[in-house]
Design a protein around this ligand. Structure first.
Ligand SMILES: [Zn+2]
Ligand SMILES: [Zn+2]
Ligand SMILES: [Zn+2]
Ligand SMILES: [Zn+2]
Length: 141
């Protein structure tokens, strides 16, 4: 699994090639490529980025364990188009499955990974951006 800009493999440490996710579009690139970007547009889809980017921790966990990715909320295996497809929580950039997003929206609790409470309850999961690198991992697992 390589960065699409520099073609270096993603790493699981906090070094130059750790995967960074853009929550505005769901695409991920390595840290050194993100650091060298000169504008706020995603190099893949050209969407302007407004939210801060974060480490794609679910992908880092996969690199470390090589275990099939599961949702931190319900422990279900992620799927690609089904009811456990991986969606990004925009405030903290953690990923949970679409079913958990819908459950969270119903009961207004925070992110199951970091307990971040600043979460808008009006959306359904279709409004949330997918974690595309995690989908690639699920597709190829
Ligand atoms: Zn790169
Ligand atoms: Zn993008
Ligand atoms: Zn879930
Ligand atoms: Zn979180």
């Amino acid at each position: 699994m390589d960065c699409e800009i520099c073609f270096e493999p993603f790493s699981d440490n906090l070094g130059n090639h750790v995967p960074i996710i853009f929550p505005d579009c769901g695409h991920s690139f390595c840290k050194s490529c993100v650091d060298s970007l000169e504008n706020r547009k995603c190099p893949k889809c050209r969407k302007t980025r407004f939210q801060p980017h974060e480490i794609n921790v679910e992908v880092v966990e996969f690199i470390q364990t090589n275990a099939r990715p599961v949702c931190g909320g319900c422990a279900s295996e992620y799927n690609i188009e089904g009811n456990h497809n991986p969606r990004i929580l925009p405030d903290c950039c953690h990923t949970i499955c679409s079913t958990c997003i819908d459950d969270i929206a119903d009961v207004e609790i925070g992110c199951p990974t970091c307990f971040n409470p600043n979460f808008i309850s009006l959306f359904d999961s279709e409004c949330f951006i997918k974690n595309y690198l995690l989908i690639e991992i699920v597709r190829n697992y």
